[in-house]
Design a protein around this ligand. Sequence first.
Ligand code: ARG
Length: 457
Amino acid sequence: MALWGGRFTQAADQRFKQLNDSLRFDYRLAEQDIMSSVAWSKALVTVKVLTEAEQQRLEQALGVLMAEVQADPSAIVNSDAEDIHSWLEQKLIDKVGDLGKKLHTGRSRNDQVATDLKLWCKQQVSQLHHGIVHLQQVLVETAEAHQDSVMPGYTHLQRAQPVTFAHWCLAYVEMLARDASRLQDTLKRLDVSPLGSGALAGTAYPIDREQLAGWLGFASPTSNSLDSVSDRDHVLELLSNAAISMVHLSRFAEDLIFFNSGEAAFVELSDRVTSGSSLMPQKKNPDALELIRGKCGRVQGALTGMMMTLKGLPLAYNKDMQEDKEGLFDALDTWMDCLQMAALVLDGIEVKRLRCKEAAEQGYANATELADYLVAKGMPFREAHHIVGEAVMEAIRQGKALEALPLADLQKFSMLISDDVYPILALQSCLDKRAAKGGVAPQQVAAAIAATKQRLV
Ligand code: ARG
């Protein structure tokens, strides 16, 4: 039975009902709807709408429903109810009779859904935070094992300067740290309770909203009832958190897809996260990573979709806002799945150290070293840059690495160059030199690993 029967003489058209009903997705708010209903029943005692005994009967029935919901949340969707709020009200009436009909006094589905969704968001923030921290932990462990796995670092996808696989891992630890801190910021702003805002103008009962917010674990109640029922900033913020983090995960995936390619062959992915080709027997495809990269798209779509849904909506509640849930649920599920999948991919990864080192030695990744060497001997950097460019051109012509050019050849470019240049051009020296904070020097990477481990406990 619909909640608004009195004013209507005709039943809803089935096609309208199909479009209008939200139970098939908002059943996920069942636990939150029960929690907010228990708190509301307690508030109704304080304003003498319910007696203590009535409240206890309601709370007990809601407890039974909670157990049923937790045992099988998907059973809810078999009902014909419009949404989770009407489902719960009907279930309560089935259990306690007319008493169940009192619970909606002074409350609206508008403040109810706003409250439930915020409670759900708070729970998600904590799960997503764990997902991020877990991936960071796996990245740090991988970094620890690969402090001396040297590989080429790229800009413009051209070999630029040598780095280590550990340093690469730690770059993603930093991105994820920002993702986690964005979540914490979002949590601070969403931690205010809309319950007691009624349909839009506030509840007509003198309820202590501070106390009510406290019962639900919110930091405080919201300040304006119109805003309370029409605010979905937390949905936008969480979607935006998800969208940014998915961009990070997509870049992580793309890096590894390239490292795993036949051309780079720096890593080999585990059989557990790859698939074969139905036609080409030799293939082992990085599907897990491609899906992380691909799923980034739908999360960006959810954010844009919600922005457009809210744009131009008049205050206060409008049914458009029911569109907040599917995109949010899907985006946060996708984000969580991808965080877990990224950790699984790293878990079984094999870094081919020799091949990585070989690649780092090619591509003139030590050219900057030669320029810095000339600077140390008194040449202005711009001039050194030009001269080394010419030396690289000559090395390319001879098909050799810079350090393979005989001294006489190097001296054609500058007489400042002497025998002491060769140790400077060695791979290890390229790394060691970058010892300022945040650089790739081994002691900096070791310090970053230690600091991250401390941050993550
Ligand atoms: N299912 C609705 C939603 O998710 C609940 C709020 C309904 N409110 C209303 N005035 N029709 O937004």
